[in-house]
Design a protein around this ligand. Structure first.
Ligand code: ADP
Length: 485
């Protein structure tokens, strides 16, 4: 059984850990998915923003005078198909002519003035020409678009501030920088997050492909928002894990409790058989003695046999009443016959009836006031004291001194029975009043069923009282009973 429980423990712990591991893995997957979802969304927004920004630039660029595009196909030196683009933009830099530096659309008046200046002189025309091998472009369409972007860059240069304000409008906070790429780049490239903590997402998008000019947009993924989105999933996963763990642990502790009860029941049955055998064999012996005429003739032997028989029957009867009382679940079910009892005299009776084991010195001191009266059930109080004294003798060495004393306060009396015996190990202390519990060290050495103290507690509580114990291993124990008066 012990081995089975150990295996069950291990299997349960593995099950809990596996479940927790799966939960963590699942949550990790959900988090990853949310990060990627955010990245896709941001990538689409950035693409839209760049298109929007190019439109704005197109509008802002003033007075394009002349642009020529040409795209030719050929074959390179090793026989591969090649594509060549040539673009030439002659753009009137109207802003320069008007002396305007800020980024804004020109007013009607400014445009009018500009036309005058242009008409006057075409000296301020800026011309830019480029011829690039565009063989790597995925299609002619992309090569044409690159030429138009070159033209746009001449007309209205790409600025960080322009993109930044548009991105901010879309709630994307990003670090933006402009760069020159090592080779021709035709399409934007997105770089997903590498780390889960503080994840970063980066897009490099060419804005003037033929000049290898690109914008780098790097943004931090707002993990707080993602966690907020996942909060219900997280709470649910946590509650579920907790619930499952508690259920499994509870299940195991119930099994452990049941197995302990099973063990207790077995030891109880064994001890009960042992305890019952004693008076029965005494009775058997007495009966065979009473059956012998020769023995009956001897008056001393006859009296002895009758006393032994009575004692054995008394023991049996006391034993069964104890068993009956202990099976009451409710203390109120225990019948009480309350009367005034002289505690000093009662303890004397207990001390006199106590059997002193051979080879053991037992000193019992009655320090209770001779006139000390308590109202209680006499026979129950007798059983309580008897159990405490018997235990003090049982759980001690070759010599033991037992002291009984009592004090009276308003509304209750306090009765103390202390001994200088073995004492109770601190690990046992909180269990000794439980049914069938036996001290770890004493269980094997002394006879008993672990019912004595639970019986005492039951009787004390039936009187509305309370029992407690102070004990130190190797020094002794002191049981204190408080009874209401
Ligand atoms: P039992 O004596 O049959 O074991 P009890 O309920 O009377 O059952 O006692 C429970 C346990 O408490 C004992 O097994 C023993 O370990 C401990 N115990 C009780 N009384 C004393 C005492 N006076 N000194 C030391 N240990 C004690």
């Amino acid at each position: 059984m012990k081995k089975n429980i150990k295996t069950l423990y291990i299997v349960t712990i593995i099950a809990i850990l596996t479940f927790l591991g799966m939960q963590v893995y699942w949550l990790y997957g959900r988090y990853e998915y949310s990060l990627r979802e955010y990245e896709h969304h941001a990538e689409a927004v950035i693409a839209d923003v760049l298109v929007e920004y190019n439109k704005e630039r197109d509008k802002k660029g003033v007075g394009q005078i002349n642009t020529s595009y040409s795209l030719s196909h050929g074959v390179d030196s090793i026989g591969n198909a090649s594509r060549k683009v040539t673009v030439s933009s002659s753009v009137l830099n109207g802003r320069k002519l008007l002396g305007i530096n800020e980024e804004r659309n020109l007013t009607d008046e400014e445009i009018e003035r500009l036309v005058e200046i242009v008409t006057d002189s075409l000296q301020h025309v800026e011309e830019k020409k480029l011829s690039v091998d565009a063989s790597t472009a995925p299609s002619d369409g992309i090569a044409w678009a690159a030429m138009r972007n070159f033209d746009l860059e001449v007309k209205s240069p790409f600025t960080i501030q322009g993109v930044d304000s548009l991105l901010k409008n879309e709630n994307i906070n990003a670090e933006i920088s402009l760069t020159i790429t090592d080779s021709l780049m035709w399409k934007p490239i997105a770089f997903g997050h590498e780390s889960l903590i503080n994840p970063l997402f980066k897009v490099i998008s060419p804005y003037s492909e033929l000049e290898r000019k690109a914008v780098v947009i790097e943004c931090r993924i707002p993990t707080a928002d993602i966690f907020r989105e996942l909060s219900w999933t997280l709470v649910l996963a946590f509650v579920l894990s907790l619930f499952l763990s508690v259920c499994l642990i509870w299940q195991i502790s119930t099994i452990v409790k049941l197995s302990r009860l099973d063990k207790m029941r077995n030891s109880f049955i064994t001890t009960m058989i042992h305890e019952l055998k004693r008076p029965i064999s005494t009775l058997k012996m007495c009966m065979s003695g009473l059956g012998s005429e020769r023995m009956l003739e001897d008056a001393v032997v006859r009296t002895e046999l009758l006393t032994e028989t009575r004692n054995a029957l008394d023991n049996l009867s006391a034993y069964f009443s104890k068993l009956r009382d202990i099976t009451f679940n409710n203390v109120e079910q225990i019948p009480l016959n309350i009367q005034n009892v002289n505690l000093h005299d009662l303890f004397d009776t207990v001390a006199r009836a106590t059997v002193h084991p051979s080879g053991k010195t037992v000193i019992i001191k009655n320090n209770i006031d001779t006139e000390f009266i308590v109202s209680a059930d006499r026979s129950h109080l007798y059983n309580i004291l008897n159990n405490l004294v018997e235990n003090a003798i049982k759980y001690s060495g070759s010599e033991v001194e037992i002291n009984a004393s009592a004090t009276e306060s308003v509304g209750f009396v306090e009765l103390m029975v202390n001994d200088n015996g073995n004492g109770i190990p601190s690990g046992d202390l909180k269990h000794i009043f439980q049914r069938f519990y036996r001290g770890k060290a004493s269980a094997g050495e002394q006879p008993g069923m672990g019912l004595g103290l639970s019986y005492v507690k039951l009787l004390v509580e039936a009187h509305g009282g309370h029992i407690s114990v102070d004990s130190f291993e190797g020094i002794g124990s002191c049981f204190t009973i408080k009874l209401p008066q």
